[in-house]
Design a protein around this ligand. Structure first.
Ligand SMILES: Nc1nc2c(ncn2[C@@H]2O[C@H](COP(=O)(O)OP(=O)(O)OP(=O)(O)O)[C@@H](O)[C@H]2O)c(=O)[nH]1
Ligand SMILES: [Mg+2]
Length: 385
């Protein structure tokens, strides 16, 4: 971020922060762009602003298309411990996988678009209940967008994780890159981040930093960056190894990182060289990959494991008056004591003073911990109000 942007450009960026609709956002960004002089120091920021404008334009087009067509959204009531959206091109074998892994009996057919509605099924694995939802094809077999693309991506965005099914017999590499592009356009990235940055805007209090990990940027730089795009009061939470760039991206792009398992289906028909290429590429990016044949029922056990791993679920047990609950509460790994309290009851979260924890997340059993303490699988938690 350049040291001093013209005041007018800063004002335009502040407008962007406050904007609600894609159109307002585009207008504010275009204004900012026109007010930021082009030189080496502003190159990166200008590039980001342009990219964001392009994304917003596509979002707007898609919204317009959805408005002129049917109005309904795709929603599936969540059941079980987590929801995983199965997405992919037409005929890739989404229904076949859903049928192989769950109690659902979806139609499997050799013609495309045989699933016109989101279709759920429950996968039971290692004591966890995972809802899989087949999303109607977001790409045709020729990898063009479909009437379901917008709504399908909307459903995917709301899921806890994604299963991306590639048709091993139909240019799987191209399929994957098209799907990654589509996700990117709606602000979803499937690449694991070395850092996660959350910027929570506030009404007062200036810029406060909360770092869980390593931040390679000074307080002054961050304050200046946020100020230059119109944020004066915020709590910036940094998890992992972050640089100033990561913070800039977090405030401008609003990218959501989603866990995804890539599944190459129809292994029986796939070219082994292509499979190897995919394996190498995904390995480099740390994205889980597995090869199955839904028809021959191969690779399914490993797929079940990958899905469960991607969700990073843990079981924690509450304790009250010395009695441990029989049933665990299933939450995501890294959930804090405060978040657990919120899941139990809002009031408990508000009144909590501290908690005692037994299990893997503490050194001393029965240790007293604060609300930001992160829980591990099997922990027992006693909340004190
Ligand atoms: N050879 C082979 N064919 C498969 C495999 N899995 C699915 N198929 C076939 O691929 C076709 C499409 O399967 P579906 O499961 O209906 O695919 P889908 O992705 O749900 O399709 P849409 O819902 O129409 O987008 C069917 O003819 C299946 O029999 C596989 O592992 N190997
Ligand atoms: Mg189907």
């Amino acid at each position: 971020m350049p040291a001093n942007l013209p005041a007018e450009a800063q004002k335009a960026l502040a407008k962007y922060q406050a904007a609600r609709t894609p159109r307002e956002k585009i207008r504010a960004l275009e204004e900012a762009l026109s007010l930021i002089p082009a030189h080496k120091g502003t190159e990166k920021l200008r590039g980001r602003l342009r990219r964001r404008i392009a994304e917003l334009r596509r979002e707007e087009e898609r919204r317009a298309a959805a408005r002129s067509g049917r109005r309904d959204h795709f929603t599936v009531p969540r059941e079980g411990h987590a929801q995983v959206a199965i997405i992919g091109a037409a005929n890739s074998g989404k229904s076949s996988i859903l049928r192989a892994l769950t109690n659902a009996k979806p139609l499997i057919a050799s013609y495309p678009f045989s699933t016109p509605k989101p279709t759920p099924g429950m996968l039971l694995h290692q004591g966890y209940e995972i809802q899989l939802v087949e999303v109607p094809a977001i790409l045709t077999e020729d990898l063009e967008e479909t009437q379901f693309t917008g709504r399908g991506l909307g459903l995917a965005k709301n899921a806890d994780a994604l299963m991306i099914v590639l048709d091993g017999a139909n240019r799987p590499l191209t399929q994957l890159s098209r799907i990654i592009e589509l996700l990117d356009e709606v602000g979803v990235s499937i690449k694991p981040r070395r850092a996660e940055v959350r910027v929570e805007k506030k009404d007062s209090g200036g810029i406060r930093l909360v770092v869980f990990g390593n931040l390679k940027a000074g307080y002054g730089e961050i304050e200046e960056l946020l100020r230059s795009i119109g944020i004066r009061n915020a709590v910036v939470k940094v998890y992992g190894d972050a640089e100033l760039d990561d913070i800039e991206e977090a405030v401008l792009r609003e990218v959501m990182v989603k866990k995804a398992v890539i599944v190459l289906n129809k292994a029986d028909l796939a070219d082994p060289e292509t499979v190897k290429t995919l394996e190498r590429f995904l390995g480099e990016h740390g994205i889980p990959f597995t090869v199955v044949s839904a028809e021959k029922m191969t690779g399914l056990e490993s797929l079940r494991d990958r899905i469960l791993e991607s969700l990073q679920l843990i079981r924690v047990y509450t304790q009250k008056n010395g009695v441990v609950a029989n049933e665990p509460i299933v939450v995501r790994k890294g959930t804090t004591v405060r978040e657990l309290a919120e899941i139990i009851h809002r009031e408990i979260a508000e009144k909590m003073r501290y908690a005692r924890v037994w299990g893997r997340s503490v050194k001393l059993q029965g240790q007293q911990v604060g609300p930001d303490h992160r829980l591990e699988d099997g922990d027992i938690v006693e909340i004190h109000t």
